[in-house]
Ligand binder design. Structure first.
Ligand code: SAM
Length: 226
């Protein structure tokens, strides 16, 4: 199989086998995620995964910050993570939790599970970073059984038009600094257009510092696969 590196959108380097290399961002994010969890993100992760059951595919699991929040009604988690350092951290996190979590390499666009295998897909702070949002949502739609769920927790486009325009301008360079992350994506609209029906959603602001924060607008919720 060809494992030749290919440069993709946002400065990431992708390999044909499904990896993404963001060595600096991965190390920075590992620290930021701990701080964010202390500041309230851990509660959001708990809310994200509450009452989930069955087999789950988590896309772009990062350092495994969600793993401790899976309820014991979840029988198995396949955690897909393309970045080697993140995957190493996630593998260590998986060993510390009671729920069975398997951490594997892979990309949002080609999840390593058969069609309809999962009862639910989990996307947490990842749909900002995938190369193509519609492709990611279509692939999650493929792997989740009809009637299954997508749980999402994402920072998103501002509902204020001026702030959204500012986010769009930032997205010219922001992905190169922050592991492919985009600030202006209207993720909930994309979910609804991709064969999912959102039946629970809460929009909120998180991470406000002293100045304006382009990644403060967040949404968390649940969509059912049509
Ligand atoms: C901001 S981190 C979020 C990590 C984790 N989901 C969390 O909630 O903390 C973004 C994650 O998306 C992953 N990622 C980036 N591009 C991806 C892709 N094309 N497919 C799957 N995951 C991707 C990164 O490696 C990273 O782990």
């Amino acid at each position: 199989m060809n494992d030749r590196p290919v440069r993709i959108e946002g400065g990431a380097v992708s390999h044909a086998r499904g990896s993404v290399h963001h060595p600096l961002f991965a190390r920075l994010y590992a620290r930021l995620a701990i701080a964010a969890d202390r500041a309230g993100a851990a509660e959001h992760r708990h809310e994200l995964l509450e009452d989930l059951s069955g087999r789950v595919v988590e896309v772009g699991a990062g350092t495994g910050a969600n793993f401790a929040h899976y309820p014991d009604t979840v029988t198995e988690v396949l955690a897909v993570e393309p970045e080697p350092y993140m995957r190493e951290q996630a593998t260590a996190a998986a060993a510390r939790v009671g729920v069975e979590v398997r951490v594997v390499p892979g990309l949002d666009s080609d999840l390593p599970v058969p069609t309809g295998w999962a009862d639910a897909a989990v996307a947490s702070l990842v749909l900002c970073s995938v190369s193509d949002l519609d492709v990611a949502l279509a692939e999650m739609h493929r792997v989740v059984r009809p009637g299954g769920e997508l749980r999402f927790y994402e920072h998103v486009r501002s509902s204020d038009p001026r702030s959204a325009r500012w986010q769009e301008r930032l997205d010219v360079f922001w992905p190169y600094l922050f592991g492919g992350c985009h600030t202006s994506r209207d993720t909930a609209a994309a979910i609804s257009s991709a064969g999912w029906s959102i039946d629970q959603q809460r929009d909120f602001s998180f991470g406000q510092g002293r100045g304006p924060n382009p990644v403060a607008p967040h949404t968390i919720g649940r969509a059912v696969r049509d």
